[in-house]
Design a protein around this ligand. Structure first.
Ligand code: HPA
Ligand code: ZN
Length: 337
């Protein structure tokens, strides 16, 4: 079996996925119609043509506009279920999904509306297909600490549905340490912690995500490679990295996929994983990310199997389910060799 065939059938986890970033152009148009929302576009082609980004902020401007069609609990349900069905077909058997409640509350949509739709879809998927999940609430780093504390207060009422907190949105000039207090409060409440760091920001932001936010996992982390001592520390601590190759390419973090550090990360012994970030905006779901980066940097079957195993090891799922997923990877590999 060729490498792409292996990628298609390997069981895997996806750990870096913004549910609002799975809003496909057709669904955006359908929901706009259903909800009477006016968009700047009339056709799928017009939307696709607008997805030509120079940097993270360029993308975020359209991402926040796009989510204006998500109004009712059912919209969040449909969005989430469409994603889960899609990636189940790609071998994904566990997901850890980000959502951005502050972006919804800011436009008058209740925390519970977004949360209810997403969690009901996650629960239904768990009943109808093999798919376990965790939900991660992200703080928006372009807003202030008070706003983040308000989101945390909401999350504390729904601990049974929210497993971890994260940090996303515009990174430049917004270092992790601005959110030290709210992350400390979240950790004290029992939430796990992750943060986007080193996507556009410097290696120092990865370091303060580790030291000040005490994260369990780093999202992106590409710029950590500017600091060899930091990489050595992350190898020593087996700190997971959730990397997103097509996102890095589309947001111009790299100018060519051959520059992507995933192979360097694996060879260094980092617990690196491959994920899709915002698949509808960046031109590929998780398997398209595996395939594109494998072709560009020359990953072999061993690397791809390692990435799938890393995705399970780096997840927040309990030890029993982790072992079950690792066994499934092994038996799939066994069937092929
Ligand atoms: N980076 C930062 N914030 C985000 C992203 C991203 O790629 N997607 C959605 N919010
Ligand atoms: Zn992201």
């Amino acid at each position: 079996m060729d490498l792409h065939g292996l990628i298609d059938v390997l069981p895997k986890a996806e750990l870096h996925l913004h549910i609002e970033g799975t809003l496909e152009p057709q669904m955006m148009l359908d929901l706009a119609k259903r909800n009477g929302v006016t968009l700047a576009y009339d056709t799928v082609n017009e939307i696709a043509a607008a997805y030509d980004f120079s940097n993270l902020q360029d993308f975020l401007d359209l991402y926040y506009q796009g989510m204006s069609v998500l109004i009712h609990e059912r919209d969040f349900y449909d969005l989430t279920m469409a994603y889960l069905e899609k990636v189940h077909g790609q071998g994904v058997r566990h997901v850890e999904i980000f959502f951005d409640p502050q972006a919804h509350m800011e436009r008058g949509i209740a925390f519970e509306t977004a949360l209810g739709g997403i969690t009901t879809a996650l629960e239904d998927a768990g009943k109808h297909m093999e798919m376990t999940s965790k939900l991660i609430m992200c703080f928006l780093r372009h807003l202030d600490e008070d706003d983040a504390f308000k989101a945390l207060e909401c999350a504390c009422k729904h601990k049974e549905h929210i497993y971890a907190v994260g940090l996303d949105s515009s990174e430049a000039g917004r270092p992790p340490e601005l959110f030290s207090r709210v992350f400390k409060a979240a950790r004290d409440e029992g939430f796990k912690a992750v943060a986007h760091a080193g996507e556009e920001g410097p290696a120092a932001y990865v370091e303060t995500a580790l030291d000040d936010l005490q994260v369990n996992r780093v999202d992106h982390g590409n710029r950590a490679f500017d600091d060899p001592a930091l990489i050595a520390r992350m190898v020593r601590e087996q700190m997971p990295l959730t990397m997103c190759p097509l996102s890095n390419l589309r947001l111009k973090g790299i100018s060519d996929l051959r520059q992507h550090p995933i192979k360097k990360a694996l060879d260094a012994g980092l617990l690196a994983t491959v994920n899709s970030d915002d698949p509808s905006y960046f031109g590929g779901y998780v398997n398209e990310n595996y395939k594109a980066v494998a072709d560009a940097v020359g990953l072999d079957a061993g690397d791809v199997i390692k990435l799938a195993k890393n995705s399970v090891v780096a997840s927040f799922v309990d030890a029993g389910r982790k072992q079950e997923l690792l066994d499934k990877i092994e038996s799939q590999v066994g069937r092929l060799t």
